[in-house]
Write a protein that binds this ligand. Structure first.
Ligand SMILES: [Cu+2]
Length: 172
């Protein structure tokens, strides 16, 4: 999914750059303003319906993938408390099993931090804020066993880069 988003972003940036280049190239040509305006409004009208027709289904499909806890979600997750300190994570447990939801209960003891959950290839799987005085709940179900890492995603001072903790995911 992240690769698809990356290629789509590159494609859209290239398309936008091409439009800018075309506008720049045509800006030297003398043209009747009324005709240009009518043509631009026609493109804008079509683009609106294209965005609506493409954007709404994409949003409806991808919203189901959000890792945040929904009302009525299956009970009895494996709870991992994660408290951020300058500059380390205090995890309630460092081992969970595959196939059963894990609920990270995330907070901070000092400043704002961010929790990024990464797999062995350092691909970001899920993330949430760690805020003092508030517990954010993030649910994720691991499909594969292995070593995963939690890293701070919000710059929180001198040793921010050092806020890395390991989570082991085993077969049940
Ligand atoms: Cu940090």
């Amino acid at each position: 999914m992240q690769e698809l988003a990356w290629y789509l972003t590159v494609l859209l940036v290239a398309a936008t750059a091409a439009v800018f280049a075309m506008v720049r190239w045509q800006s030297d040509l003398a043209a009747d303003y009324g005709g240009v305006q009518r043509s631009a409004y026609r493109i804008r009208d079509r683009l609106f319906w294209v965005l609506l027709g493409v954007g709404v289904p994409i949003m409806a499909l991808t919203l189901w993938d959000l890792p945040y806890v929904r009302a009525g979600a299956p009970a009895a997750p494996q709870v991992v408390t994660a408290t951020g300190f300058q500059w380390y994570w205090d995890l309630g447990r460092t081992s969970v099993v595959t196939g059963q939801p894990v609920e990270f209960q995330i907070t901070s003891a000092d400043v704002n931090h961010g929790v990024g959950l990464y797999d062995a290839d350092t691909r970001l799987l899920a993330q949430a804020q760690a805020m003092p005085g508030y517990v954010n709940r993030l649910r994720y179900t691991f499909e594969r066993p292995g070593k995963y890492r939690l890293m701070c995603l919000e710059y929180c001072g001198l040793a921010h880069h050092d806020m890395i903790s390991e989570l082991e995911v085993k077969l049940p």
